[in-house]
Write a protein of this length. Structure first.
Length: 183
């Protein structure tokens, strides 16, 4: 019989717990229609595609993507608007980190986040919260920001955390808008 040292068992258990925690903490995306908004409570109720209502708490610094309004704010969204949300569960609450108003150029778009693994002038590989790599192409008209300042594709770097608005056509993912945060 093979005996493993106790420290190896402890390290293995710790790695397993960390792996499970990472997958639970990954951001999720939801599509729905705004049913109501309460700016005083920083929350929005969204009816999902199955007709179920969900209350999302809008985090400070939430990124609002709206094709027709530059620098859109939470108050610019309207009841009845179709939206996509990027959210995570914190302290028992659903917390929205990004909202995408699904109209205009963003009508068929979705939201994603992750960390840049590789970057060149027109292609990124982004690792999501579940450690899966995704390949994205930058559109010729992609809006690019790094630390809330307008940037160019060449300014995106390995290790940047990004939130992206993208479209999927077949197996191709094309970024329309990307915001990178660098420490």
């Amino acid at each position: 019989m093979i005996r493993l040292p106790k420290w190896l068992l402890a390290v293995g258990t710790f790695a397993l717990v960390l792996g499970l925690a990472g997958s639970v903490l990954a951001m999720q995306s939801t599509k729905g229609t705004i049913k109501s908004m309460d700016a005083d409570k920083n929350q929005v109720i969204v009816t999902d595609e199955n007709g179920k209502d969900w209350t999302y708490h809008v985090q400070e610094g939430v990124k609002i993507y709206c094709d027709k309004i530059k620098d859109a704010k939470f108050a610019d969204l309207k009841v009845g608007s179709e939206v996509r949300l990027l959210w995570e569960k914190k302290e028992g609450k659903l917390c929205a980190a990004a909202l995408l108003h699904s109209d205009g150029a963003y009508r068929n778009a979705a939201l994603a986040d992750g960390t840049i693994k590789t970057a060149d002038d027109n292609q990124l590989v982004v690792t999501d919260g579940k450690n899966k790599d995704w390949k994205y192409q930058l559109s010729d008209t992609a809006k690019i920001n790094v630390n809330d300042k307008s940037a160019k594709a060449g300014d995106l770097k390995t290790g940047d955390h990004v939130m992206m608005v993208y479209e999927k056509e077949g197996e191709r993912y094309t970024i329309l808008d990307i915001c990178a945060e660098r420490k």
